[in-house]
Design a binder for this molecule. Structure first.
Ligand code: UD1
Length: 365
């Protein structure tokens, strides 16, 4: 079986690594890795490949940044001839980024089967670009691998035939489990015992100057009790500079490599974030997480894990932080099948899935 994996952005890399490795060496499996180039900075991409042990991509589409339409369209234009020429049996896409939806649109029209890893998650908030990507991807995918049972329920409600849906667990946790021993060996010697680890990059939080200023003011408050360590996404760093905002009391860092960031998470007193994946990693690690969003597409992190949604309310952030500092942080449990073996379950299902060649050549007009 000729299997393609398409990745493009930072949160894809820790998801593809375990699936690549679980398929490696299986009989009659050939794998091709394509990087769209959505993320291109060394510290957003290359260092993740190195640390996660992902082989160099076979193809790099080098699309770079742009508006959503530009980026998605550019990926489609550059990917179509590659898929048309090489005709994979199945293409695996990951998560909810523009590279994911662009790939599924190309493959669906060429009649190439697609499997979506991390299917079924829903924030029910269509102002999030990722929610649009999730909805379109899941409608078009042929196999849907879910990380939690809420994903299965969402897909069934949207009319996806149950035979296409497979609850396999969380592939991102596979990478975490594998690299946790290395992460525990990292040290940040100059950090105090207690610190808050912060990440922010959602457009709704960082592209609006008033909103970003409000969040930074809340973080300056936090910094009176705890060191605030803030590895800033390039988008966020740029907005702080463009809007001329004050972040002087915060320890602003460049984006961290995977293992280093995992190490920072394991030792944090609290993580404050608007990321999706970090809500899951903190739940696995049992580290308190305050999510600066009104909703989450990962509800098990709230119902079972350590995550609390604080939304746009600075008062709620203060209150929840005080509770954590007083030693009353929410206790959580690890959701089912977040056990380090999701990649192998995906590989087993792919090995059994029938090959159905139904390739449509690209139409010229
Ligand atoms: C993307 C994903 C988001 C994911 C995030 C993780 C979509 C719709 N969003 O958002 O779901 O959580 O990645 O990081 O796909 N930039 C750089 N260097 C890079 C990459 C980006 O400087 O290597 C800057 C560019 O100015 C770019 C901006 O960051 O315009 C945004 O990058 P983009 O990939 O469009 O979206 P993200 O915000 O990273």
């Amino acid at each position: 079986m000729n299997i393609f994996h398409i990745v493009g952005a930072r949160p894809n890399f820790m998801k593809v690594a375990p699936v690549l490795s679980a398929l490696q060496g299986r009989p009659n499996v050939a794998q091709t890795l394509i990087h769209t180039g959505q993320h291109y900075d060394v510290n957003m991409s290359d260092v993740f490949f190195q640390q996660l042990g992902i082989p160099a991509p076979d193809v790099n589409l080098a699309v770079g940044s742009g508006s959503h339409a530009q980026q998605t369209a550019e990926i489609m234009v550059r990917l179509e001839p590659v898929i048309a020429e090489r005709r994979p049996d199945i293409v695996l896409v990951y998560g909810d980024v523009n590279s994911t939806v662009a790939t599924v649109l190309v493959c669906a029209k060429l009649g190439v089967r697609v499997a979506h890893v991390e299917a079924g998650l829903r924030s029910f908030d269509r102002t999030m670009p990722e929610e649009i990507n999730r909805l379109v991807t899941d409608q078009l995918a042929d196999l849907l691998f879910t990380p939690s049972v809420d994903g299965d329920a969402n897909l069934r409600r949207e009319g996806i035939p149950p035979g296409k849906i497979f609850f396999v667990g969380n592939v991102m946790i596979d990478s975490l489990v594998r690299l946790l021993p290395a992460a525990r060996k990292t040290s940040a010697a100059d950090l105090t015992d207690r610190y808050a680890l912060v990440t922010l990059h959602r457009p709704a939080n960082v592209d609006d100057s008033v909103r970003l200023k409000g969040i930074l003011e809340s973080l300056l408050e936090v910094s009176k009790d705890l060191t605030v360590v803030f590895p800033a996404h390039p988008r966020t760093r740029k907005r702080i500079d463009d809007f001329g905002l004050n972040a002087e009391q915060l320890r602003l860092l460049d984006p961290c490599p995977y293992i280093d960031f995992l190490g920072l998470q394991t030792r944090a007193t609290v993580v404050i974030t608007d990321s999706g994946g970090i809500q899951e990693e903190t739940t696995y690690l049992g580290v308190p997480c305050l999510t600066v969003r009104e909703n989450t597409e990962r509800p098990v992190t709230v119902t079972m894990g350590t995550n609390v949604l604080v939304g746009r309310d600075p008062e709620k952030l203060r209150r929840e932080l005080a509770r954590i500092l007083a030693g009353h942080a929410k206790k959580g449990t690890i959701p089912p099948l977040w056990d380090g073996h999701a990649g192998e379950r995906i590989a087993d299902i792919l090995a059994k899935s029938p090959r159905e060649p139904h390739f449509n050549p690209p139409a010229a007009d």
